[in-house]
Write a protein that binds this ligand. Sequence first.
Ligand SMILES: [Mg+2]
Length: 234
Amino acid sequence: MAVDYSNIKVIGFDADDTLWVNETYFREAEEEVGKLLSHYETPNKIDQELFKMEIKNLPTYGYGVKGFILSMIELAIELSNGTVSNTVLSKMLDIGKEMINKPIELLDGVPQVLKTLTKDYRLIVATKGDLLDQERKLEKSGLIDYFHHIEVLSEKQEVNYTKLLKHLDIKPAEFLMIGNSLKSDILPLINIGARAIHVPFHTTWEHEKVTKNDTNGLNFETVKSITEITSILG
Ligand SMILES: [Mg+2]
């Protein structure tokens, strides 16, 4: 079914892995953690346990690097029965700081797309994660002037988007969300009557994965690159 974008006034962009690279750094960090704790478990098991620890800690710390750092440390203490060395813990803190201080690597075509769309639409960012970290990334990205509003949400569920649209005084039918996560950037929007375009990134965090069943029959488009958005919108 063709998607009708004719009412769209405001376009929301996810940030991590939509505007710039993010998840890749987490994969690299997870690999480092596997090496640091290889004394206690196999890399596979460490990976699984780290994921479980992150999910367990989400309600406490929320999304983002800082929660990831605390989860790495908690896992190290747990897997080692409290015998892990300060050297290993320091290395984990370093991994986290390195993640936070990474330069911003914009995805292909992002500035051009924003530049074009900003002529006809109001653009906003709707991202999950740590407020300070996301603000810092936006500042470093050089993209901040394209956006009328930046919203850092603690969760990206229907209720969060509904609140955001109310706050921005726009109807769901006037809002288009663009992002890499089906779970966070697409499904909740379609469910509240907004539009959404999926731009997959090559790696997805386990927590963001959805089943085929979840997307069956939902009316949204998927594009290979964000650069396709301008022609889709006409
Ligand atoms: Mg994302």
